[in-house]
Write a protein that binds this ligand. Sequence first.
Ligand code: FMN
Length: 265
Amino acid sequence: MRIVLTSGALPRLEGAADFKRFSLVIDPLLRGDPAPAVAAIGEMADADHVWVRPDAIRAICPLAGDPDWAKGFDAMVGYAAQHGWTDDKGRIRAHIEVLEALEPVEAGVFRDAMRRFASGVCIVAAGEGDGRCGMTVSAFTSVSAEPPLVLVCLNRSAFAHSCLTGADRFSVNILGAQQEETAMLFAGQRGIHGADRFDDLWQQDGAGAPVLTTAHHSIVCAMESQHVSGSHTVLVGRVVAASTGNDDGALLNYNGALRQGTWAA
Ligand SMILES: Cc1cc2nc3c(=O)[nH]c(=O)nc-3n(C[C@H](O)[C@H](O)[C@H](O)COP(=O)(O)O)c2cc1C
């Protein structure tokens, strides 16, 4: 198995059932100062090695609940101890390897490809009264039906980011074909920020988030988890309420423009 540490993401375990190998692989970006990232799973032993806490591995292992895995892992820790590869705290010594640096695709080429993916447009909103915040998002998708989970991706540079990530409830309001102006307002294109973006078409839902009564559909989520990835935070929400609003087609985001998706029912 190998633990993978990349910048801005939680530690990940690869090859969890392979008990013959044990190493720590880091992103080339962390090479200069790996200690802060390493703190999530253990401590630097020297410049090339790390003391890894076995409980940290159990915490990130997708197979941790499997008794066969638990047995194999305990045997691996025992084997390491016999060979003197553990310390007095029972931590396992791992060699640090550096991931191969992959040249990312050029930003313009990436954006061009993503613009060709047609999506709906939503407003993600949270808070109450003067503490309300919201922003336009097209990075919204269903994750799971049982339990009902969705995700949205929020740029960490958005004003609304800290308010949305700090909320315990948030709504996702799917915009109808006629709501381009609302999309622009909540995308910061009208120079209005924070609670001033909300008018009386917004009502506080019983589940604890502001809901746009004229949206195509609205859902309210309890915050389930958050994941930092690159420039964005991914919010995963457990859907606790859903309501239907207008049904005049969907607002679509495609090829750099907002379009009205209307068709016969
Ligand atoms: C159609 C459309 C889709 C957008 N999708 C996203 C998105 O998925 N994630 C995101 O972080 N920003 C997205 N944005 C940009 C944000 O809406 C914008 O940066 C943000 O609302 C600015 O809000 P602020 O005033 O709180 O910074 C989108 C903008 C538009 C017009």
